[in-house]
Design a protein around this ligand. Structure first.
Ligand SMILES: C[S@@+](CC[C@H](N)C(=O)[O-])C[C@H]1O[C@@H](n2cnc3c(N)ncnc32)[C@H](O)[C@@H]1O
Length: 225
């Protein structure tokens, strides 16, 4: 029973440091799952249903800058680079980022990934810098060290607010994560709605409250007369 729980749910950060970072990076199933979720997130981010009128049309051409939150060993960033986007990968663990650096040295195509060692909760970017944000299987951890529900809500609100600030005015974001419960899903969701995002949610399994969840979020655009 304990083994199953550990297998399914990473014990952050133990599952991503030292030899675990190596293991993660060498795991074919992990790479496949991360890349599959990234491709789905990309499909969602450019989905016209999220906002479909000329005034609020999104940027789909030119130099597009993606922020990959909790980029790990770079599986999601690799997909973004393959598609021709500029990418900044942020992760809190040097061991994970080192794996991306090793890949950058080996593969010319990955040169374009810029790496920043930082906490999603304290991002070092100026306002309106980023076109799109994705976060694949990492956002669960933003409340990792936060004690009670009230503090979790406060952390989530502060982080959602800062993500809204760093996105450009037609910016979009897809957060793919695994809420542990209905309450967790609700507090994560609400933190975005409260902080100037709008959008909708897609569940990996619509019958499950917890489990894989995609939050498709659009930075609200205010029109001044
Ligand atoms: C499952 S891995 C991410 C996988 C990544 N999408 C990829 O393609 O490899 C989760 C990552 O989130 C990172 N992480 C957890 N909490 C974080 C935080 N507060 N700030 C930045 N990164 C964080 C972990 O260090 C870990 O590398």
């Amino acid at each position: 029973m304990i083994l199953l729980a550990r297998k399914n749910r990473p014990i952050f950060p133990d599952d991503y440091v030292e030899e675990k970072a190596e293991e993660y990076n060498n795991s074919i199933s992990m790479e496949r799952n991360q890349k599959r979720s990234t491709l789905l997130s990309l499909k969602y981010i450019f989905d016209r249903k999220l906002r479909d009128n000329e005034e609020n049309s999104i940027k789909t051409e030119g130099s597009i800058l993606f922020l990959d939150l909790g980029c790990g060993t770079g599986f999601s960033s690799e997909i973004l680079i393959e598609k021709g986007y500029r990418v900044i990968g942020v992760d809190i663990l040097a061991d994970m980022l080192l794996k991306v650096r090793e890949k950058k040295k080996k593969y010319q195509d990955l040169q374009g990934i810029e790496l920043i060692l930082a906490d999603i909760n304290y991002l070092p970017f100026r306002n309106e810098k980023i076109d799109f944000i994705i976060s694949i299987s990492a956002y669960n951890f933003v409340t990792h060290e936060v004690g009670n529900l009230r503090n979790k809500i406060e952390t989530l609100n502060n982080t959602a607010k800062s993500l809204n600030n760093i996105l450009k005015s037609r910016g979009r974001m897809v957060i793919e994560f695994y809420p542990e419960s209905e309450v967790e899903l609700e507090i994560f969701n609400k933190s975005f709605i409260k902080n100037n995002f709008e959008g909708f949610m897609i569940k990996g399994n619509p019958n499950q409250k917890a489990g894989q969840t995609f939050l498709l979020l659009n930075k609200k655009h205010f029109k001044f007369n």
